[in-house]
Unconditional design. Structure first.
Length: 114
């Protein structure tokens, strides 16, 4: 069973930074596409950032220039560095892996206060 375990969420003031981590196990991490989604109460889950096995990245327009997705294949971990956080970034953030099937972590809460 693939496991994705997120960490690093929390409460931060607007303008602050957080780094989310997602540790993957029981998956061939090097060839998996990885990503971060988020879901706010009453809203649909949306893609925030993604990174291919080759390191190509993509971002939602709302986070471009503020968020950076990184992967460390030696540690089977993907990160989401979030800077200049805004109250509208408040959501549960989910790590996802795509390798044939799509796998999800349990989510980590990020709350940005104004």
């Amino acid at each position: 069973q693939v496991q994705l375990v997120e960490s690093g969420g929390g409460l931060v003031q607007a303008g602050g930074s957080l780094r989310l981590s997602c540790a993957a196990s029981r998956i061939n991490f090097r060839v998996a596409a990885m990503g971060w989604y988020r879901q706010a109460p009453g809203k649909q889950r949306e893609l925030v950032a993604r990174i291919s096995s080759g390191g190509t990245t993509g971002y939602a327009d709302s986070v471009k220039g503020r968020f950076t997705i990184l992967r460390d294949n030696a540690k089977n971990t993907v990160y989401l560095q979030m800077n200049s956080l805004k109250p509208e970034d408040t959501s549960v953030y989910y790590c996802t892996a795509l390798l044939g099937e799509q796998y999800w972590g349990q989510g980590t809460q990020v709350t940005v206060s104004s």
